[in-house]
Design a protein around this ligand. Sequence first.
Ligand code: ADP
Ligand code: MG
Length: 348
Amino acid sequence: MSKSICLGVIGGGQLGSLLCSAAKKLKIKTVVLSDSKEAPAQHFCDQFIYSKYDSNKKVQEFINKVDVVTYEFENIPVDFLNLIQKEKKVLPSPKINKIAQNRKLEKTFVNELGINTTDWVYIKSAEDIKKNQHLLPGILKSNTLGYDGKGQFVLNSLDDIKQDWCFTNDYILEKKVDLKKEISVVIARYADGTMTNYEPIENVHQNQILFKSKIPADINDKIFKKAISNAKKISEKFNYVGVLTVEYFITEKDELLVNELAPRFHNSGHLTIDAFNQSQFSLHVSCVCNLGSKPIGKISNAEMYNILGSEILEYRKKTFKKNEFFYDYLKKEPRQGRKMGHLTILKN
Ligand code: ADP
Ligand code: MG
């Protein structure tokens, strides 16, 4: 009998948790490495290792235990991934991670493929913003380490530049788009280059945090096809292995712009757990553990709602209908705005 594969997962949030649950169904063992003692994925994995992301005994124990390593979020220091890569394969490749965790590199990569993004410029000082006033009203985004709208500032005019901003970090300034809609494409690429994708998912944000996702997305056929073909182009160019998500803006003028790339499964793809024959998480495990491909089959239309902060307390008491699927991430503290769980409703 062949030895079962052991998948190492760096990061222990809800994405890591859902990945571990999917791996378990595929009979793949999981070891989660997290720098947070309270990481919720410890309730879902086979083994949990709490350690800083640097070279130490705990990390070596992690490396020794696993056959292949993946990660649940892109903001892991690339040097750390490279360190692991010396001993065990890291998928998707740390080279991709380096691009996806840096908005300047990411947008440059996308633009060089001939794919449109918002108009943007790299910013190192207040002076740089003054030179690029044509991008106002705009959004100043920290070049690295942003998520759920963190590190973003709306600039309607130069007056919004705060005197005490000292630009110790670098930024990009992006023109504010008249948004008609946001969509995402979750695509998977196997080691042999085979690709498979879900249909585009429509996303609604509130306060820059995903509020709701649904399929089918209410978009025209041209945008449907273009969103998928761009995602294929991007994963091909990366020589990608695993699940990749492309977030898009659709403008009032029906232009399709790439907003950002996530080198991983995505919050908007949570509905794939119940609406398809295989979820984005099980697809990712299949790709990185080289389990072979299986066609994606749709079961149902669906809507997914994020459950934030103390809302979870109500949900924990609720009873659900047959077409409603509630996921509790088992996070200890229901802080305001924190993603605590989600609900998927299957629709006809
Ligand atoms: P994060 O890394 O925090 O997800 P995003 O760049 O995806 O950052 O921004 C979060 C949300 O903020 C987007 O999904 C969108 O709703 C809104 N947003 C971001 N940039 C723009 C823009 N240039 N124009 C209009 N809305 C934007
Ligand atoms: Mg985003």
